[in-house]
Design a protein around this ligand. Structure first.
Ligand code: MTE
Ligand code: MO
Length: 262
């Protein structure tokens, strides 16, 4: 019996047998890969969405790479890296107005009664614009970039956000991972990681080209955060909060990158 089997195995295969065997192997590989692809696709469809409401319902595995990129930039380009600045004569005289979400036709908004409200779960501070203007002033002339493809050299002034936070002794809050900002009516909102909040070029701005900020640019106080795209530069800040979880973010909910750094 043994002898016979051995002999059979040693008999060279005919051409036809070889073709059959190859076909078998290729079809096998085809079905295995196809099956793998289907299983992979199903796994992706069944994968949990990233924190709901934060990134427009993207599946977690798809976001992972972008989130890794975010971590990389956060670790290596933190606060030692300054964006380029320009001489004042380069600043645009006609500053472009982009979208007006949360600041347009708002009858409930009265600029004379405006205060910046700071929350740590509950409201802890309510600050008037005069108090903010009394803090040390910092100016910046930089290239403002919108994700929609335009950029413009602009001149802004206000208090460094890090100086502001130190002045109001919000050190405990700045140990949290994120800051959330919202318009007074809550219609536009952004989340920012604390490294960018504390970046030395990040301002709570109340002046543009040496004058009080106009309504369409976010009077009386807006965020200027040069390390981020325009979408994060919230106009007319009403509410500031702190958290370890990502605060809700208007454009991230529409699928834009939450980090939106340059
Ligand atoms: N409240 C509010 N802030 C906002 C926006 C907005 O629609 N509403 N748009 C953002 C976007 S996409 C950009 S590019 C800048 C534009 O600022 P500007 O209109 O002063 O040029 O504001 C940002 N801040
Ligand atoms: Mo933008």
């Amino acid at each position: 019996m043994k002898e016979q089997n051995k002999k059979k195995a040693n008999v060279p295969l005919t051409i036809e047998q070889k073709i059959k065997r190859r076909n078998f192997i290729s079809f096998g590989a085809f079905f295995a890969l196809g099956g793998g692809a289907i299983l992979g696709w199903k796994a992706l469809l069944n994968a949990p969405e990233e924190t709901p409401g934060i990134t427009g319902g993207a599946r977690a595995p798809l976001r992972r790479a972008l989130n890794k990129t975010e971590l990389f930039f956060r670790n290596f380009f933190s606060n030692n890296h300054l964006v380029k600045t320009y001489p004042q004569e380069r600043a645009a005289k006609n500053v472009r107005v982009n979208s007006l979400i949360g600041i347009e036709d708002d009858e409930n908004f009265d600029i004379n009664n405006w205060t910046l409200n700071i929350y740590n779960n509950n409201k802890i501070l309510s600050i008037k614009i005069e108090e903010i203007k009394a803090l040390p002033k910092t100016e910046i002339i930089f290239d403002f970039k919108c994700v929609e493809g335009w950029d413009q050299i602009q001149h802004w002034a206000g208090v460094k956000l890090s100086d502001f936070l130190a002045h109001y002794k919000l050190d405990e809050q700045t140990k949290k991972k994120y800051m959330g900002l919202e318009t007074p009516n809550g219609e536009y909102y952004v989340g920012l990681e604390m490294e960018s909040v504390l970046h030395p070029q990040t301002l709570l701005a109340y002046e543009m080209n040496g004058e009080a900020i106009t309504n369409e640019h976010g009077a009386p106080l807006r965020l200027i955060i040069p390390v981020k795209y325009g979408i994060k530069n919230l106009k007319r800040i009403g509410k500031m909060s702190f958290s370890n979880n990502r605060p809700k973010d208007y454009w991230a909910e529409q699928g834009y990158d939450y980090y939106s750094g340059l």
